[in-house]
Design a protein around this ligand. Structure first.
Ligand code: FRU
Length: 522
């Protein structure tokens, strides 16, 4: 009898779950008229990824017409890098994205490399009107024919404008607006309105340094200063600059922050983004910062820049969740790579040192449901606690941990494991993804441990937030003080998180929660 009841219950549960599955597939079919929509293996469920084919850097991040625009480096013919276009998507909440037609195509001046977009409110360019200001995209032209001929002047800067909120674009007939006098790597214009001089500023990278240019009308540009030949990391070419002012939290003080991506030369290998904190007088950026600082010590946050024109002045950052070391080899077939979650940047003074934090926008909380909570887990030295993960690779895990050395290991039944080790004594976090799932697509994906310094932890307590999507883990310490972003390709969803105390004394894990994150693509 009991057996019979148990069997009925199992049949009921199984049928029930099949029913659920069918329903969600139907939903995906109804809307998009496709059987498979964002359900392929490793497809991020709540991060932006292109519908298909290759994507790299975020471009033209600007808020206009009630929408956050996300343009991106895109090759629509293949899942590897090729002649670059600007793909386009929009969002009202920075969570749900709507795909738009390709915005910019290669033309006689070259491929369309990275750049930015502004709203020309004063109609300085004459492209729009006061009532309908133009959205102006500023980008690098990369002339591959010149490159192949062995010339050095193959990168120039061009502009294009849109009068219908980014749906269609007119390329400026006077392009290029900034020519090239023989600088091999001369690219990635970031343009913003300069309140100090009442004109436009353009940041450009020129191999090993930053150049600052200015203009009254977005068409005629003049160089005003340079920065960085002798500052920061120089293990690779400087790319994707950004510069903005931030208030130091809790103080009246304001500082300017310069972002510079470099490839290779990141501390954990390949591509990474460094930052400088200093002053900008309208013409020149200066800093007395001696040490090199990095926005994210994981291996997969590159070419990140921030939004122009955001209504509440928040500084919102999006990075490309990959690394040139293996970007073309990751095991996906329909599309390649995703963006980080949109993150808010803020400046904090800790132990006298300024640190740049990056942390998911509050809006993200709206798509996280609560599941279970464990108020307190106490672990003696070498004791382990294995927690069941209910939402596998679509979850947000949070907890507070006392200042102890500890390991956290994500694992599944296939034997995959991803290990994070916190070494409080040496003020370091180590991350090992060498057994995290598929790794053999590139030897560079898992060579060596990733290391992150955590010099300024407060109160000996660590607040942890880990956001796990199908092919990424974003790890935030103390609300974005220290961050590691990594791609992962587990052979099935992780089902366990094991926490081990490696120090003397009792380790207390407080307020452990796992929340299910909603899929954004239905
Ligand atoms: C950074 C970058 C940029 C360039 C673009 C080309 O990842 O190399 O410097 O404009 O990608 O796709």
């Amino acid at each position: 009898m009991l057996k019979h009841i148990v069997r009925s219950v199992i049949v009921f549960i199984v049928l029930g779950s099949i029913g659920c599955k069918e329903k969600s597939t139907e939903k995906a079919m109804d809307k998009k008229n496709e059987v498979v929509y964002y359900t392929e293996e490793y497809r991020p469920q709540f991060h932006f990824s292109p519908k298909e084919k290759w994507m790299n850097d975020p471009n033209g991040l600007v808020y206009h017409g009630g929408k956050y625009h996300l343009f991106y480096q895109h090759y629509p013919e293949d899942i590897v890098w090729g002649p670059m276009h600007w793909g386009h998507a929009v969002s009202e909440d920075m969570i749900h994205w709507q795909h738009k037609p390709i915005a910019l195509y290669p033309d006689r001046h070259g491929y369309i490399f990275s750049g930015s977009a502004v709203v020309d409110t004063e109609n300085t360019s004459g492209f729009g009107t006061a009532e309908n200001p133009a959205m102006v995209a500023v980008f690098t032209y990369h002339d591959d024919t010149l490159l192949k001929k062995g010339e050095n002047n193959f990168q120039t800067q061009g502009i294009a404008y849109s009068l219908d909120n980014g749906d269609s674009w007119t390329v400026y007939e006077g392009n290029p607006v900034v020519g090239n006098t023989g600088i091999k790597d001369f690219r990635d214009p970031k343009v913003f309105w300069n309140d100090i001089k009442n004109n436009w500023t353009m940041l450009l990278v020129a191999g090993d340094h930053l150049q600052i240019w200015e203009s009254d009308d977005l068409k005629k540009w003049e160089k005003v200063s340079e920065f960085g030949r002798d500052k920061g990391a120089h293990g690779g070419v400087w790319e994707c600059p950004d510069l903005f002012k931030l208030k130091v939290e809790g103080h009246d003080e304001e500082k300017w922050v310069l972002l510079i991506s470099i490839n290779p030369g990141a501390p954990n290998g390949g591509s990474g983004t460094q930052y400088f904190i200093g002053e900008f007088d309208g013409d020149t950026f200066t800093t007395d910062q001696e040490e090199t600082k990095w926005i994210d010590l994981g291996r997969d946050n590159y070419a990140g820049v921030t939004y122009n024109n955001v209504p509440n002045q928040d500084r919102i950052f999006i990075g490309w969740m990959s690394n040139w070391d293996y970007a073309a080899d990751t095991p996906t077939k329909v599309w390649r790579s995703a963006m980080t979650l949109p993150r808010k940047l803020s400046l904090h003074r800790n132990n006298g040192q300024l640190e740049l934090y990056n942390y998911p926008l509050e809006n993200f909380d709206k798509i996280v449901g609560k599941s279970y909570e464990q108020p307190l887990i106490s672990l003696k030295k070498n004791e382990l606690k294995q927690l069941d993960l209910q939402f596998g690779n679509r979850s947000e895990i949070k907890f507070n941990m006392g200042a102890h050395n500890a390991n956290w290991v994500f694992s599944n039944e296939q034997g995959d494991s991803l290990k994070v080790s916190v070494d409080i004594k040496n003020k370091k976090v180590l991350l090992d993804r060498s057994k995290s799932g598929l790794t053999d697509f590139s030897p560079k994906f898992s060579d060596g441990l990733q290391e992150m310094n955590i010099p300024n932890l407060k109160d000996g307590n660590i607040e942890v937030r880990m956001i796990l999507d199908h092919s990424s883990l974003e790890l935030f310490f103390n609300k974005g003080q220290y961050v590691m972003t990594n791609q992962i390709f587990p052979t099935s969803a992780y089902t366990k998180l094991t926490i081990e105390n490696l120090s003397d004394g009792v380790l207390e894990i407080k307020s452990f929660t796992e929340g299910e994150v909603e899929r954004i693509w239905d």
